[in-house]
Ligand binder design. Structure first.
Ligand code: AMP
Length: 532
């Protein structure tokens, strides 16, 4: 288990700590707890970490601590494989640096270079960019790297796969010898190790723990949601699940507050628990939960640590945890004292990899469940509705309403009027919408109806066989093998069709995965005029 550490014990400045507090981070993620002290001491670091582990803040925090806002030159350079990541990283740096007057800029192809040049001229402290566009700026001399003190290679294995290795080396050669260099990568192929050897000085290695972990024997399921309909998804699950008491986990304190407010607005009573509460407030919430007077507790990892409550029937990972250990920790809050328990996780497509890492580390399969539909919710509430209606009928006092029904009875069937009244009473706005599908439109990929065809840059020359492909897709994306459709394997590439409902997940899980020792790229197939 990683050492318990607070951000406070990392000796960070007030300004950075305040920004982190505003972001709602409560404690460093494992990769941060390990990497930040080393980086603060001036070490070069290799981090084996993927998206979702908090790796961005792991390097952004020390960079911001060491940055001098008064000096206008570029002091830190972050190389990323894609524009999306460049934007994301620059945003995270901006948030963490908001009290330091730091200026971070994302530089990527596809955006007007003139605007980037203008911003660079005004003075930028931290540049985050994709290699191609960075080179472009270096050639035009619109970007100078001679005052760089930090160079970060983020998702280095991805950059390698995308053929950026020469560009990276060219860029690194433009930076001063005296600097700290960090390399983050999910995998460590030989080429990355070579790069590390060449450009890092006595690097220290940090990684998210991969120790074998034992998990309590409880039912574990997950639901796939989109970021924007997560809350709606949670409400549906709460509606159809027989919960005695549940702890819902969020990644940040802010997340806890927002979720409590969101649940409140939808009529679910819940209590929030996190480190910003006073001890007295915390005690009050815990007592309420312990005595069973609150059904739902929304908490951060830190706040729920040590909570030992027998009747917790469900642990709900509203935000999937940042490492397998936290997962085990969290789900250990249920199934206490030999009672049955369930662990429910909500996963957005880009978190699939993290889910797989958790599954692999804890050596369990987490079952995917379709989100309950509106009909499921209604069905599960049938008895409640009938009870409440009977109750109302019994209590009487319906005279006023009866006259309305009588007035309408001439034009409508009584059943219709009653159903409309129920709809008025029990419908929640938006609750009819299908929230499960949230399918991305991949356009016409030339696939059969209801399927999406993908292109992969691997084929017969890589000894790819259809059965391997089906197995890999089934394992990596967790979809039933039988649902994989037509496969056509050519010498150097392959087309494979998967059902539309699984397409996004398959893409996130398979693109950049490794098959037969080779890193593959997957993308939606494009339809050409002439079929092959
Ligand atoms: P990353 O792995 O850098 O892509 O981070 C994944 C997400 O976790 C981002 O939304 C971060 O803002 C968030 N995050 C990073 N560090 C922490 C932390 N210590 N506590 C809570 N959330 C964090």
């Amino acid at each position: 288990m990683h050492e318990l550490k607070k951000f406070g014990s990392l000796e960070l400045s007030r300004r950075v700590l305040n920004a982190i507090t505003d972001m709602g981070f409560e404690e460093p993620s494992p990769i941060q707890a390990e990497a930040i002290p080393l980086l603060m001491e001036g070490e070069d670091v290799i981090g084996q970490a993927q998206t979702g582990t908090g790796k961005t803040a792991a390097f952004a925090i020390p960079i911001l601590e060491k940055m001098n806002p008064k000096f206008r030159g570029v002091q830190a350079l972050v190389l990323t494989p894609t524009r999306e990541l460049a934007i994301q990283v620059a945003e995270e740096i901006t948030k963490i640096g908001k009290y330091k007057q730091s200026r971070a800029l994302a530089i990527y192809g596809g955006q007007s270079i003139d605007r980037q040049i203008l911003t660079l001229k005004r003075g930028v402290h931290i540049v985050v960019g994709t290699p191609g566009r960075l080179l472009d700026h270096l050639r035009r001399k619109t970007l100078k790297l001679d005052s760089i003190r930090f160079a970060v290679l983020d998702e280095a294995d991805e950059m390698l796969d995308m053929g950026f290795i020469d560009d990276i080396e060219t860029i690194l050669r433009e930076t001063p010898g005296e600097k700290q260099t960090l390399l983050f990568s999910a995998t460590m192929p030989a080429e990355i190790q070579r790069l590390a050897k060449k450009y890092l000085r006595n690097p220290r290695f940090v990684s998210v723990s991969r120790d074998e972990l034992t998990v309590p024997q409880i039912e574990q399921v997950f639901y796939e949601v989109k970021e924007f309909n997560k809350l709606e998804g949670l409400c549906r699950v709460l509606d159809v699940t027989d919960i005695k008491q549940a702890i819902i986990f969020c990644r940040t304190k802010r997340g806890v507050d927002e979720l409590v407010a969101g649940l409140e607005a939808r009529g679910y009573e819940s209590e929030g628990l996190h480190g910003d509460l006073t001890q007295a407030q915390r005690n009050r919430v815990m007592r309420k939960f312990r005595e069973g007077r609150a059904e739902i507790l929304v908490a951060t990892d830190v706040a729920a640590r040590g909570l030992d409550i027998e009747n917790v029937s469900h642990v709900i990972n509203y935000d999937i945890p940042q490492d397998p250990e936290s997962y085990v920790h969290r789900i250990g809050r249920t199934g206490r004292a030999g009672k049955a328990g369930s662990a429910v996780s909500f996963v957005i497509p880009k978190e699939y990899r993290l889910l797989r890492l958790i599954e692999k580390t804890v050596n369990t399969r987490i079952k995917r469940c379709p989100l309950p539909t509106f009909e499921d919710v209604l069905e599960s509430q049938r008895e409640v509705i009938i009870d409440r209606l009977s109750d109302t009928l019994q209590k009487g006092g319906l005279e006023h309403y009866r006259s309305i029904v009588e007035e309408m009875a001439g034009n409508h069937e009584n059943e219709e009027i009653a159903a409309a009244a129920l709809k008025l009473a029990f419908d929640i706005e938006g609750s009819h919408e299908t929230i499960d599908a949230g399918e991305v439109d991949f356009g016409n990929t030339g696939a059969k109806e209801g399927m999406v065809r993908f292109f992969m840059n691997i084929g017969r020359e890589n000894e790819l066989r259809p059965q391997d492909l089906v197995r890999t897709i089934a394992e990596e994306a967790g979809v039933p093998g039988g649902t994989v459709g037509a496969i056509r394997i050519f010498d150097r590439f392959t087309f494979v069709e998967v059902p539309r409902e699984y397409a996004e997940r398959v893409l996130y899980s398979m693109d950049r995965s490794i098959i037969n020792g080779r890193r593959v790229h997957m993308e939606p197939a494009k339809v050409r005029n002439r079929q092959d």
